[in-house]
Design a protein. Structure first.
Length: 79
């Protein structure tokens, strides 16, 4: 909702691990490189793996916001 209130368009990857090339073995790093090549303003990432957001921030060409990664962060705490 916050993104919509700020005039942003949101593209969701909800359940991406079940329905995309991740299922065929594409790494999270590959996915973030591809997504960031589309020139979004940010990548907001929630991932079940500890440290995922920090790891992909190193390969993204746009800022990565941690919406929760494993046991490290919870979305309400990360924001």
């Amino acid at each position: 909702m916050a993104a919509h209130h700020l005039g942003m368009r949101v593209v969701s990857g909800d359940r991406a691990g079940e329905t995309t090339s991740a299922k065929k073995g594409e790494s999270l790093h590959d996915a973030i490189r591809t997504i960031s090549s589309y020139h979004p303003h940010i990548v907001a990432l929630r991932h079940p793996e500890n440290g995922a957001a920090a790891a992909v921030a190193k390969v993204s060409s746009v800022p990565v916001i941690n919406l929760g990664d494993g046991a490290n962060q919870h979305p309400t705490q990360a924001l």
